[in-house]
Design a protein around this ligand. Structure first.
Ligand SMILES: Nc1nc2c(c(=O)[nH]1)N(C=O)[C@@H](CNc1ccc(C(=O)N[C@@H](CCC(=O)O)C(=O)O)cc1)CN2
Ligand SMILES: Nc1ncnc2c1ncn2[C@@H]1O[C@H](COP(=O)(O)OP(=O)(O)OP(=O)(O)O)[C@@H](O)[C@H]1O
Length: 200
């Protein structure tokens, strides 16, 4: 694999990382996601958040299609899982997860919650924020889909709240390009490394 930190632009990094994920065999995706979900489960059981912001994995994203249900199972019955709804300007709205039958098709092949929208500030009520990423570097700099959605959403999250990105092995990289609007994450979970806290 090339040293991803040597690739100059975010767009070419995204393409390389997406191609690498698409080339992973189904068994690696399944096993990787199972390890990631197990480490996330330990984190949730330790932290006992009342509200977790999650996501519905798209294609080969870590966590697999069962991630929202897995999150709901990790939490007590009083706790809630928030899921993102992509807005036309690429900002994120949020709605409570009420099971797989309450997900509807969204843009880019996304599946989004069909329930009442709580507004973009609802992410501030999450006590743990689980985010998708294509890669994260050792400082916590995150590379996402390129809409700037999580850069905006994470500005509404308290600095005290843990933001954790789910990755496959090889996606916690040495260095990524960072722009002023980029919001760093506090931790990543990888299949082999489990939960890794990053310096804020
Ligand atoms: N699961 C998930 N949900 C998410 C995000 C994400 O990265 N993953 N987002 C993060 O901001 C927002 C959605 N933003 C997105 C922006 C672009 C594409 C995209 O380019 N999709 C490809 C098709 C899928 C693929 O092949 O990977 C496309 O349209 O070509 C997807 C999501 C909110 N919800
Ligand atoms: N607070 C903001 N308000 C408006 N636009 C923003 C904001 N933050 C970032 N953007 C815009 O979003 C675009 C993409 O940003 P970037 O490449 O960092 O996305 P990303 O973090 O990879 O994507 P995502 O968060 O959607 O997964 C940039 O053109 C940037 O100007």
């Amino acid at each position: 694999m090339p040293d991803l930190s040597d690739l100059p632009r975010k767009a070419s990094l995204r393409a390389a990382l997406l191609n690498r994920r698409r080339a992973l065999p189904a068994t690696s995706l399944d096993e990787g996601s199972a390890h990631v979900v197990a480490a996330l489960s330990s984190l949730v059981r330790n932290e006992r958040p009342n509200c977790v912001a999650g996501y519905v994995p798209l294609g080969p994203e870590p966590g697999g299609p069962g991630l929202p249900d897995a999150l709901a199972d990790m939490l007590g019955s009083e706790a809630r899982v928030l899921l993102p709804v992509l807005l036309p300007d690429s900002d994120l709205d949020w709605a409570i997860y009420h099971g797989p039958y309450a997900l509807t098709p969204g843009p880019h092949g996304l599946r989004e919650p069909s329930g009442r929208r709580l507004g973009p500030d609802a992410i501030a009520t999450a006590e743990l924020v689980v985010v998708p990423a294509l890669a994260v570097d050792k400082r916590g700099v995150r590379l996402g889909r390129g809409g700037g959605s999580y850069d905006r959403a994470l500005t509404r999250v308290s600095p005290e709240t843990l933001v954790v990105a789910l990755l496959y092995d090889g996606e916690l990289v040495e260095s990524l390009p960072e722009e002023p609007h980029d919001r760093r994450v506090g931790a990543v979970i990888t299949p082999s490394g489990g939960l890794v806290h990053l310096p804020v």
